[in-house]
Design a protein around this ligand. Structure first.
Ligand SMILES: C[S@@+](CC[C@H](N)C(=O)[O-])C[C@H]1O[C@@H](n2cnc3c(N)ncnc32)[C@H](O)[C@@H]1O
Length: 471
């Protein structure tokens, strides 16, 4: 059963209302529900038609799961205009087009697909690029099935608006009119789906802006980018590269996520819990939780045992010595072998090789998820940050303090609030792709950053309004 998450009734009714808004269906119209499951949307359409005294259109529900099909077939056996079909929507052609399409497609990340599925999808779908998700392909396939002037309403994670792997999907969508993106409440699926977005599309050449309905109820009209770049700057703010500015990525050696061991229970321990004979392999580490807005001190009582040499190379197994004995303790060994993220690596390697030769120097640290972004300097240069911390190393070490002061300025905070993806409860997700785009005025690198100095990172009245909304 791939990606079965039933749509809650209030969300179904909201989506059906959007589908038929100013476009009520006639009994001759055709409607497709791909991935229909047990018929949550079909029930919603019947409810809407009853309430609005309309006859139901001709509905086709398609699902690849035979168990759902049995339930749906039985449920709609008394409705001659509803057909339930057992088929793979992505691989079997339906042979016709529809006036209306509504779906909650399966959300299945690439890691949930078999090798053969990945290969097949990559050859069939333009949107199957990078670390694609199955719902990208449902979007693409459904758009092929949409009649001219037909309407489609999909609920998916909002991620497709910003992630790199969805850039091809965004290019495909740019050929249609994206009428509205309703960023519905985070808890709509309890905790099952993060950041749901209800997208309403009409099959006609894009002829106007898209209405964005934000989670706080505010709305905004935006021009969606047509070149596959992230839509987030259009949604949450707008930055132009101005003369006199570079980006943080351009002046840094690294703007990276901390070290992912793949199994912290084996490698990360309290300082006093690490046996003396393993001390030479361990480095102080820090998690996002240990960084505090109220303190400039960067410390924790945790250490990370690392089977890596100072140059970042994995220590050969034959030279692990006491560390090998520790890693072979049955509890540790079992945890190490259970990892799937390191399948093609030596059994004791981290999820990613840590570039210790670069990490082990003075650097700027920040939490990956935070209510208010702030930055702190690791003065010791000895900390190997964990994966819930980002680290920033300027190419010129002399820029460390000035950059840290600047990153802690209200200007940068407003920029991050306008450009970062949202995590739960309105917290910000500080990904490296976004951090690398933080505009940095050349002048501060030459003359230093005076606290209270004002720069103009955000332009135009629309941006200031947006900050008030999101700030
Ligand atoms: C998120 S559930 C939504 C179910 C139902 N529409 C609802 O809203 O409650 C996605 C559905 O897609 C179906 N599905 C997954 N892959 C499919 C495929 N390749 N072709 C057709 N259906 C598929 C699953 O079996 C599941 O029922």
């Amino acid at each position: 059963m791939k990606g079965f998450v039933p749509t809650p009734l209030p969300v179904v009714d909201l989506m059906v209302a959007k589908l038929f808004d100013k476009m009520p269906p006639t009994p001759e119209d055709t409607l497709l529900d791909p991935g229909c499951g047990r018929g949550a949307f079909i029930d919603g359409i019947i409810r809407w038609c009853d309430k609005n005294n309309q006859k139901i259109p001709r509905i086709a529900g398609v699902d690849s799961d035979p168990n759902h099909i049995v339930i749906a077939c039985e449920k709609y056996s008394g409705y001659p205009s509803i057909q339930i079909r057992h088929a793979d929507f992505l691989l079997q052609a339906l042979g016709r087009k529809f006036e209306f399409i509504i779906a909650n497609p399966p959300y299945v990340p690439i890691t949930g697909l078999t090798k053969q599925e990945k290969r097949e999808y990559r050859t069939r779908f333009h949107s199957a690029t990078g670390r694609f998700d199955l719902y990208f392909l449902f979007f693409e396939q459904a758009l092929h099935c949409l009649k001219k002037d037909g309407r489609l309403v999909f609920i998916t994670p909002e991620k497709y608006l910003s992630v790199k792997s969805a850039s091809q999907l965004r290019i495909i969508l740019s050929e249609y009119s994206i009428d509205e993106i309703d960023l519905i409440h985070e808890q709509s699926f309890r905790n099952l789906v993060t950041y749901p977005a209800v997208t309403t599309i009409t099959h006609r050449k894009l002829d106007g802006p898209t209405t964005i309905v934000f989670r706080d109820g505010n709305t905004k009209s935006v021009e969606m980018p047509k070149d596959g770049t992230s839509a987030f700057p259009s949604l949450y703010g707008k930055t132009e590269k101005k003369a006199g500015y570079c980006t943080l990525g351009e002046i840094c050696l690294r703007v990276s996520c901390g070290v992912a061991t793949g199994v912290d229970a084996v490698f990360v321990h309290k300082k006093n819990g690490i046996p003396r004979n393993l001390k030479k392999y361990s480095f102080p580490t820090i998690t996002g939780r240990d960084l505090s807005l109220n303190s400039y001190v960067v410390q924790s009582d945790l250490e990370m045992i690392t089977p890596y040499e100072a140059n970042g190379k994995l220590i050969p197994e034959s030279q692990l010595g006491a560390l090998k004995e520790f890693l072979l303790i049955p509890e540790n060994h079992c945890r190490l072998l259970k990892r799937t993220c390191t399948a093609k690596k030596p059994w004791y390697a981290f999820h990613e090789n840590p570039p210790l030769n670069q990490i082990l120097q003075r650097k700027i640290l920040c939490k990956d998820i935070t209510e208010k972004p702030f930055f702190r300097i690791d003065e010791s240069g000895e900390i190997v940050p964990s994966h819930s911390v980002y680290y920033i190393i300027p190419k010129n070490p002399d820029h460390l303090e000035v950059l840290n002061d600047y990153l802690n300025s209200s200007e940068v905070r407003l920029w991050l609030e306008s450009n970062c993806q949202r995590a739960a409860n309105g917290f910000l997700r500080l990904q490296s792709t976004i951090l690398k785009q933080v505009p940095v005025p050349f002048s501060i690198l030459e003359n230093g950053w005076l606290s209270g100095q004002k720069t103009s990172l955000l332009h135009g009245p629309e941006d200031s309004a947006n900050i008030a909304v999101n700030g």
